[in-house]
Design a protein around this ligand. Structure first.
Ligand code: HDE
Length: 697
């Protein structure tokens, strides 16, 4: 083993090994109290007679109940619902001369990471598939200390100054008088905020777009949002924006589907991540940076410190420099995902802040929130938060202190302990803040360069495909349709009249409001990188529902399953009931789900197998017809063979030979070329959805 490889192994495993110290396995163990006393009885409290009162001296009962009474901690004020996983980061390209951060310079390192994906507005128990921004937080456990990249799946934000964050969040959260609606922005206070705070216009375009409805956490982009700084060995700086690009492409659900999934499987996104990791389909995200020279700061028609602006990728390309792979689920949700504490101010040498006023405010908020959520200042000692780099300082005591610091000295400078721990000079890895020159008056104002609220909202609109535009218009109509105040609806249309006339007109005509002409920015540029339709398309890891019952053709199912597996597509067998089903020649198949416990909403594609008896049994259950109908309405690929085509007909799907394939319907007769059929099926699945399919009236 080379030196580098050895180091690799150590770094790769060190977080996992560190967690080992805390793992508890109860298998084969006697039950004890928290004091280690073996317990002989755990079902009956100690009573004075079998029908008598419970006695205070039952310490086991008291301990068990007291612990239970305190099992909850405050949920996060935002991003309360989330899901985490472990993995590692590998560097493709060293950023020599750009940043001195070691994990971005040494391609032999595998840096352990923990990632938490989240929604923003909903409570901890809310549904995964609501219309919302998704959080995308990554903790890199580097050997220079923890580095946290606390980002979102959209590259801009609703506001420009952290001072407004409490107002914005108050407006989007359930209304305070009745705590309705849960995890939804479709209500009066949110849109009243939007109408009165036009800096939110660009982000609202993103929030109303399909980006708010990710098919999977594995199919979302991630963005650091703010402009940060890279600093090199010589103390020279570049501005940088961070990107995560999912290897499976960026894809979304459709609105009708998300609302129904919220009932059928509120854990849809977290289950998808868990299952993918359990089955070895490790989610992968490439890491990209947009770099800007210090001297180019003022070369753009937007201010790079303004978090409501992105850097168009066509203007400043994203350089892909590494990849993150998520390969391990948590042992315990609470211990890891709930207790993980991210902070945009957890940095390593070589990475620094910009003066973005939103970022500056975040630097205060995250520690503050951890102190109340995690019960004091020692949250960094919780196993998931502990760095793998050693920690030495003079901080002492406080709630839940774990470290047992030795010796009498807890101050700096000292002679008694040889002046240790001693600050490390920059050359020896000590963090030194970038020596930016700053001058100015103390002033509560915003730079004029932050005043353009609409140009990039128009750029976003211009960059959308026709289908994406239709979805945005429908989202506005839905959200504003739920707003009771007509005045607010009209005010919002007035705001978006600045973005694009056709957008404002289409919103207005759906909600009884009027658009004003002549106010739009007139921006004609577009940025193709913003459209999800230009994203990577692959069938890998997609899920197919196979509808089948007794009397199927064994050989056909086997071959289709093989072809799907070869393309990395997973499949579930769904039948009218649970319990083994038999093929026409007696081969047996065990269904994964019955129609009752399943739904096409939870799949990317449907396949209806051939077989007279099989199809007759399916046809006799109306759920199978709804299954196929909804898959069609949600633009999903549907394949049918032989008699299976009758289920298509029963669902009202009329085949038109000339355009059927185009609409993602792969239909075959009894005798057919199985190879060509499965190839066409996999190719159609890779398209994600067949947007141009027209809904049948
Ligand atoms: Fe956060 N944000 N935020 N935020 N944020 C929190 O910290 C805050 C902002 C983001 O998975 C809180 O630990 C302020 C932008 C994510 O645990 C809190 C402002 C972006 C997560 C907080 C912002 C984010 C949080 C709540 C305006 C994208 C979840 C719990 C200046 C770049 C982290 C916590 C996780 C969480 C404050 C704006 C992303 C209250 C004051 C912009 C992904 O401290």
């Amino acid at each position: 083993m080379t030196q580098n490889n050895k180091k690799n192994e150590v770094i790769k495993n060190s977080k996992n090994m560190q967690l080992n110290e805390y793992r508890v396995n109860n298998n084969g163990q006697s039950m004890t109290t928290n004091q280690g006393l073996r317990v002989s009885e755990d079902e009956h409290s100690l009573k004075a007679g079998v029908r008598g009162p419970t006695l205070m001296e039952d310490f086991h009962f008291r301990e068990k109940m007291t612990h239970f009474d305190h099992e909850r901690i405050p949920e996060r004020i935002v991003h309360a619902r989330g899901f985490g996983a472990h993995g590692y980061f590998e560097l493709y390209e060293p950023l020599t001369g750009i940043t001195k951060a070691k994990f971005l310079n040494d391609t032999s390192l595998k840096t352990p990471v923990f990632v938490r994906f989240s929604t923003v507005a909903g409570s901890r128990g809310s549904s995964d598939t609501v219309r919302d921004v998704r959080g995308f937080s990554t903790k890199f456990y580097t050997d220079e200390g923890n580095y946290d990249l606390v980002g979102n799946n959209m590259p801009v934000f609703f506001i420009q100054d952290a001072m407004k964050f409490p107002d914005f969040i108050h407006a989007v959260k359930p209304e305070p008088h009745n705590e309705i609606p849960q995890a939804a922005s479709a209500h009066d206070t949110f849109w009243d905020f939007v109408a009165n705070n036009t800096e939110s216009a660009h982000m609202i375009m993103w929030a109303m777009s399909d980006r708010s409805l990710p098919r999977s956490f594995r199919m979302m982009e991630g963005f650091g949002v703010h402009t940060f700084r890279f600093v090199n060995e010589e103390g020279k700086s570049h501005f940088v924006k961070f990107h995560w690009k999912p290897v499976l492409g960026t894809h979304s659900l459709v609105w009708d589907e998300t609302q129904k999934i919220a009932g059928k499987d509120p854990d849809f996104n977290r289950r998808d991540l868990w299952d993918a990791i359990e089955s070895g389909n490790y989610p992968e995200f490439e890491f990209g940076v947009q770099l800007l020279k210090e001297e180019d700061e003022f070369k753009f028609d937007f201010d790079i410190l303004d978090a409501t602006k992105l850097w168009p990728e066509e203007m400043i390309p994203v350089q892909i420099i590494g990849k993150m792979t998520l390969n391990r689920n948590t042992d315990n949700f609470f211990a890891e995902t709930e207790q993980v504490a991210f902070h945009p101010g957890h940095l390593v040498p070589g990475i620094d802040f910009s003066n973005d006023p939103l970022l500056q405010g975040r630097l205060f908020s995250y520690t503050d929130t951890q102190i109340s959520r995690l019960g004091g200042p020692n949250f960094a000692e919780i196993p998931i938060n502990r760095p793998i780099a050693p920690v030495h300082n003079n901080q002492r005591d406080g709630m839940h202190r774990m470290t047992i610091n030795q010796g009498p000295v807890s101050y700096h400078k000292n002679s008694l302990a040889g002046n240790s721990p001693e600050p490390a000079p920059e050359k020896k890895g000590g963090y030194a803040h970038y020596a930016e020159k700053v001058e100015g008056h103390k002033i509560q104002a915003r730079s004029d360069s932050f005043k353009d609220h609409f140009s990039q909202a128009t750029l976003f609109w211009n960059s959308m495909s026709a289908v994406e535009k239709e979805h945005i218009v429908n989202a506005f109509r839905f959200e504003l349709g739920k707003v009771k105040s007509k005045e607010i609806r009209q005010n919002v249309v007035d705001v978006f009249s600045h973005v694009a006339e056709d957008l404002a007109e289409q919103i207005a005509s759906g909600i009884g409001a009027k658009a004003t002409e002549g106010k739009a920015t007139g921006v004609t540029a577009s940025s193709p990188a913003l459209s999800q339709e230009n994203s990577i398309k692959t069938a890998r890891t997609r899920k197919v529902a196979i509808l089948v019952d007794n009397g199927f053709y064994d050989n056909e199912i086997k071959q289709v399953l093989q072809a799907l597996a070869k393309a990395g597509v997973t499949a579930d067998i769904i039948s009218t009931k649970l319990g083994p089903i038999a093929s026409e020649n007696g081969a047996v198949l065990e269904p994964d789900y019955a129609l009752l416990t399943s739904d096409s909403l939870l799949y990317d594609a449907v396949y209806i197998a051939r077989g007279r008896t099989s199809v007759d049994q399916l046809l006799a259950d109306p759920k199978s017809i709804d299954f196929v109908k909804e898959a069609f309405q949600h633009y999903k690929t549907i394949a049918a063979v032989g008699e299976g085509n009758e289920l298509l007909a029963a669902a009202g799907i009329k085949l038109d030979a000339s355009s059927a394939a185009d609409r993602g319907i792969i239909s075959a007769a009894d005798t057919y070329d199985l190879h060509a059929f499965t190839k066409g099926f996999v190719m159609a699945i890779a398209q994600h959805r067949h947007w141009h399919r027209k809904l049948r009236s």
